[in-house]
Unconditional design. Structure first.
Lengths: 254, 362
C-alpha cells in the first residue's frame, strides 16, 4: 500500500481522570473510504475531534503526507485541507445552499465594489451549482433557504460544503444518523463520489452493514485504542462485532 | 352525519381561500419571473402581505376621509414624523437579524442629542449664529456618543455573554439617567440656526431634507444587509451562531460591529431630532425603542434572527404612522393606533411562528 495520507500515532487524551484515548493509532490512505467503528465510548468522536482540530491531544503525533503537523484549531485543519461534516449539521438554515457553501469564504465582487464588501452572488451560485452537481445533489431551487429542504438534501448540502473545500480528508461523523432509507443511500453515494474526486473520506458509523457496503477499509477502536484493521471486501459483520467487543486480541499485543 | 359535512367555519375558510387563490397564484407566477423574484426577495416572506396592508390602510382612510388623509400636507407630516424612527429601526433590524435586541436605542438617541447640544453650547456661548464648524462638531459628538453606547452594548453581549435583552436594558437606564443628569432635566434650546434650517429644509420645496436623509439611511442599510458580506454574516449569525463560528466567522467581533452600528444610527437620529425640533426633547423619546422594535417585527424580521429585510422595516415604521394619522383625522382617539399596532405585532410574530413550524415538519 501507498504511504498514509494522514497518520496518527500514540494519541492520548484525558478528560480529568477519564482516559478517552490510550495511545491510539489511526491511518488514512489516499483515495479511500475508511470507516472508523467501535462501541459507544470507544473514543471515535474524540479521535476525530483531535484530528479535526477542535480538541488537542495530550500526547501523540499527527502527520499529513509524511509531514508532522499541529492542528491547533478547526481553521488550521481547514487550511490543511481537512474538513469535517458535523453530526448536528453546521448550516445556517435561513440562508440558501450557495450562501451556506461559501459561508466564511465568500466570493467578492471584483474591484472597488469588492473592497466595499459587496458579494459576488452570481459566481457563488454558479460555483454552488457545480459543486452540488458534482456530488449528484439536485437542489430544485438553489435560492431556497436550506431549512426548506428535506433532511437528506440538507445533509447533502453539509457534505457538499465540506467536500468542496477539502483537498485531503473529509471526516463524516454519523452522516446518516437522522436520515431515511433513500436519503441515506444518497449521502452514501455522495461519500463515494468524494473518494472518486481524489479526497479521502473517514466515515464514523454504527451501521455495520452500511460500513461494509461503502468503505474500502475499516479500522476498529476499543477502549481508546485501535484494535483491528480490516479490508472491507473480506470482513464480515461477525468479525467486526467481535473486534469491537474484545472477542479478538489487541492489534499491538498480538 | 355532522362529522362528514364540513362545518360552517371550514366552509367559510375554504371560500376565503378560494377568493384569494387566484391572487396567490398570480403572485407565485409573478415571483417566478426575473423581476418578480427580485421584488419577492426584497419584500421578504411577510413583506408582500405587510405592504398590501399598508396600501389597504391608506385606501380605507382616504375613502373614509376624502380630501383630508391623502393630501400633500398630511403625507409630508407623516413622512417627517417617521424619519427619525426609521433611522433607529434600520439599526434595530441588523441587531434583530442576529437574534439580538437593542432596547437602548431611544435613550441613546436622547443622550446623543443632549451631548451634541451641549458640545455646541460649550463654554456657555450662544451658538445661534455659529457656522458649519460648530454644526459638524455637534454631529461628530452625536455620532460618537451613539457609537460609544453601541460598542458598550456589543462588548457586553458578545464578550461578557450577557443576554441582549438585559444588556441593552442596562444601557437604556444608564443612558437615560446620564442624559437627565447632564441636562439637569432642562431642554437645551440654543442651537445653531443652520441646524434648524436643515430640519425645516425641503427639496423642490416639497420633500423635507430629513425624509431624504432617512430614506438614504434605509437604502444603504438595505443594500448592506442584502448584498454585502457584512449583511451575510449578520444573517448567518442570527440563523445559526455555532455554524457561523465553525465557518470561521469572527462572531464576537461581528456582533460588536452590529451593536455599534445600531448605537451610531441612534446617535445620528438624535442629531436629526435636534434638527427637526430645535431642542433636545428630553421627554419625547420614551417609546422610541419599542416603536422601533415593533416596526422591525411587523416588517417580517424574525425574533430569533436569520431573516430580515429593511424594506419590511420601512413598511413596519409606516403602518403605525398611517394608523395614527388616520384615526386622528377621523376624530378617534389616537390611542387606537396603539391598540391596532399591538394586534398587528402579535399577528406578525404568529405568522413567523407558523412559518417556522411548517418548516420543521418537513
Amino acid at each position: 500500500m501507498a504511504e498514509p495520507l494522514l497518520q496518527a500515532r500514540g494519541i492520548v487524551k484525558h478528560y480529568g481522570h477519564v482516559e478517552a484515548l490510550r495511545g491510539c493509532d489511526f491511518d488514512v490512505y489516499p483515495n479511500e473510504i475508511v470507516a472508523l467503528v467501535g462501541d459507544n465510548g470507544a473514543g471515535k468522536s474524540t479521535l476525530i475531534k483531535i484530528l479535526a482540530g477542535s480538541e488537542q491531544a495530550d500526547e501523540g503525533e499527527i502527520s499529513l503526507e509524511g509531514q508532522r503537523i499541529h492542528v491547533g484549531s478547526p481553521f488550521e485543519a481547514m487550511r490543511l485541507g481537512i474538513e469535517t461534516v458535523y453530526q448536528d449539521l453546521a448550516l445556517a438554515p435561513d440562508l440558501d445552499g450557495s450562501a451556506n457553501l461559501y459561508l466564511g469564504r465568500e466570493l467578492m465582487q471584483p474591484g472597488i465594489l469588492g473592497k466595499l464588501g459587496f458579494l459576488d452572488n452570481r459566481s457563488m451560485r454558479a460555483g454552488a451549482r457545480k459543486a452540488f452537481g458534482e456530488l449528484g445533489v439536485d437542489l430544485q431551487n438553489a435560492q431556497s433557504a436550506v431549512a426548506n429542504l428535506s433532511g437528506g438534501q440538507r445533509q447533502s448540502v453539509a457534505v457538499a460544503r465540506s467536500v468542496a473545500w477539502a483537498s485531503k480528508v473529509v471526516f463524516l461523523d454519523e452522516p446518516t444518523a437522522a436520515l431515511g432509507v433513500i436519503q441515506t443511500a444518497r449521502v452514501l453515494e455522495t461519500v463515494k463520489r468524494i473518494r472518486d474526486r481524489g479526497v479521502a473520506a473517514v466515515l464514523i458509523s454504527h451501521n455495520m452493514r452500511q460500513v461494509l457496503e461503502v468503505a474500502d477499509r475499516i479500522e476498529v477502536m476499543r477502549l481508546g485504542r485501535r484494535v483491528a484493521r480490516f479490508d472491507a471486501k473480506k470482513a464480515t459483520i461477525e468479525q467486526l462485532v467481535s473486534a469491537m467487543t474484545g472477542g479478538i486480541a489487541e492489534e499491538g499485543a498480538a | 352525519m355532522t362529522a362528514l359535512t364540513p362545518g360552517r367555519g371550514q366552509a367559510m375558510r375554504l371560500a376565503i381561500a378560494g377568493r384569494f387563490a387566484p391572487l396567490a397564484a398570480r403572485w407565485k407566477a409573478f415571483s417566478a419571473t426575473r423581476f418578480g423574484s427580485i421584488v419577492a426577495r426584497t419584500l421578504g416572506t411577510n413583506g408582500a402581505w405587510i405592504f398590501l396592508l399598508l396600501v389597504a390602510l391608506m385606501f380605507v382612510f382616504n375613502f373614509l376621509a376624502p380630501g383630508k388623509f391623502w393630501t400633500e400636507f398630511n403625507v409630508r407630516t407623516m413622512a417627517e414624523n417617521v424619519s427619525v424612527l426609521l433611522v433607529i429601526a434600520v439599526g434595530e433590524t441588523f441587531v434583530m437579524a442576529t437574534g439580538g435586541i437593542d432596547l437602548s436605542v431611544g435613550y441613546v438617541l436622547l443622550f446623543s442629542g443632549v451631548t451634541s447640544a451641549q458640545a455646541m453650547n460649550w463654554g456657555g456661548h450662544d451658538p445661534t449664529n455659529s457656522g458649519w464648524d460648530i454644526v459638524l462638531l455637534g454631529l461628530a459628538v452625536a455620532l460618537g456618543s451613539g457609537l460609544g453606547w453601541g460598542v458598550l452594548n456589543g462588548l457586553v453581549v458578545a464578550k461578557a455573554k450577557v443576554p441582549a435583552l438585559i444588556a441593552t436594558l442596562g444601557t437604556l437606564g444608564m443612558s437615560w439617567g446620564l442624559a437627565e443628569i447632564l441636562s439637569n432635566g432642562q431642554d437645551l434650546r440654543y442651537l445653531p440656526s443652520i441646524i434648524g434650517d436643515m430640519g425645516t429644509g425641503r427639496v423642490f420645496d416639497k420633500i423635507p431634507f430629513v425624509v431624504i436623509v432617512a430614506i438614504l439611511v434605509a437604502v444603504v442599510g438595505g443594500v448592506t444587509l442584502n448584498l454585502t458580506r457584512f449583511g451575510r454574516y449578520t444573517l448567518a449569525i442570527g440563523s445559526n451562531q455555532e455554524a457561523a463560528r465553525r465557518a470561521g466567522i469572527n462572531v464576537d467581533r461581528h456582533l460588536i460591529k452590529v451593536y455599534a452600528m445600531s448605537g451610531m444610527l441612534a446617535g445620528f437620529a438624535g442629531f436629526m431630532s435636534l434638527a427637526i425640533f430645535t431642542t433636545t426633547t428630553i421627554s419625547g423619546h420614551a417609546n422610541d425603542n419599542l416603536q422601533a422594535i415593533a416596526a422591525v417585527v411587523i416588517g417580517g424580521t424574525s425574533l430569533v434572527g436569520g431573516v430580515a429585510t429593511v424594506v419590511g422595516t420601512t413598511i413596519g415604521v409606516c403602518i403605525p404612522m398611517v394608523l395614527f394619522s388616520g384615526f386622528t383625522i377621523l376624530g378617534y382617539q389616537s390611542f387606537w393606533r396603539d391598540v391596532a399596532v399591538g394586534a398587528v405585532l402579535i399577528l406578525a410574530v404568529y405568522a413567523d411562528q407558523l412559518r417556522r413550524r411548517r418548516r420543521e415538519r418537513r
